[in-house]
Design a protein around this ligand. Structure first.
Ligand SMILES: C[S@@+](CC[C@H](N)C(=O)[O-])C[C@H]1O[C@@H](n2cnc3c(N)ncnc32)[C@H](O)[C@@H]1O
Length: 258
């Protein structure tokens, strides 16, 4: 297992099922498992030979029952870390298991949505293109809430296009603005956020830029390297006016260490 500490972010290159039991408490989980929408062996080339897309995204993802079972088991371990807010971006086949895990552990749940004004073309034969994705949001009393009374459960953002600034070599990189919205509304500076399906590290990039502590777990060494690089870059240029968390020793003197 490889472990990297970059600023206030701890990154594990490992299977989340091995790392989760070893972690301490966290304030929130914001994660994004494989959606179980992969098409085995599929490579699609767009019109006029442009825009090749590989739709066979992650190992094991074409077996949706198997992947849903992994997601549910990992969630059950993560819930034991005591988060009061939980966001799981997910595929439609996974909603039932994710809701079941959360409601069974005392969370109330709702759906939140990502709307794409300019969605990518539909997979072959699918008809509808994916202009919206959803996350199950779970919350418990005492959670952090930085949104107003009229905070919408729909967020507008577009997927990265290849070649666009900020796009990295990960097939399902989430828009930074979308995940930063989750982090900003559901946590305070200094809180600890866990993403156990880290991918290219978008959740931890948001943590680095918004002054939260981040814990990320990614099984694929190539994506792990991409995440490390993005987080290093994020610390070189954090957002203005965001306070970094105080060092742990300083907090523990006040009896507030997390
Ligand atoms: C949907 S992607 C996450 C994308 C991420 N939100 C981003 O913006 O880049 C899911 C990631 O989970 C990883 N993964 C799959 N199974 C895993 C496991 N058992 N433990 C840790 N990571 C896993 C995959 O390699 C993939 O990179």
């Amino acid at each position: 297992m490889r472990v990297e500490q970059i600023g206030d972010c701890t990154l594990y290159n490992a299977d989340c099922m091995d790392v989760l039991p070893t972690l301490g408490s966290v304030d929130a989980v914001i994660t994004d498992p494989p959606y179980s929408v992969s098409v085995a062996g599929s490579t699609v080339t767009g019109r006029k030979g442009k825009g090749t897309r590989n739709l066979d995204f992650f190992k094991g993802d074409t077996d949706w029952r198997g992947m849903t079972s992994i997601v549910g088991d990992a969630m059950s371990l993560a819930i034991q870390k005591g988060p009061r807010s939980f966001v799981a971006w997910c595929g439609h086949r996974q909603i039932g298991r994710i809701v079941d895990e959360l409601e069974g552990s005392g969370f109330a749940t709702r759906l939140i949505y990502w709307r794409k004004k300019c969605p990518p073309p539909s997979p072959p034969g699918a008809g509808f293109c994916s202009a919206a994705e959803h996350a199950v949001y779970g919350y418990k009393p005492g959670r952090q809430w930085n949104g107003g009374q009229y905070e919408h459960n729909v967020f507008d953002a577009d997927s990265y296009r290849f070649g666009q600034p900020g796009k990295v070599a990960h097939p399902t990189q989430k828009p930074f603005a979308l995940i930063a919205w989750n982090v900003r509304v559901l946590t305070d500076p200094g809180d600890t956020v866990l993403d156990f399906f880290m991918g290219s590290g978008t959740t931890l990039v948001a943590c680095a830029k918004l002054g939260r502590r981040g814990i990320g777990i990614e099984i694929d060494p190539g994506y792990f390297d991409i995440a490390c690089k993005r987080i290093e870059d994020a610390y070189k240029q954090p957002d203005m006016f965001v306070e970094r968390p105080a060092p742990a020793e300083q907090l523990s003197m006040l009896g507030e260490a997390k």
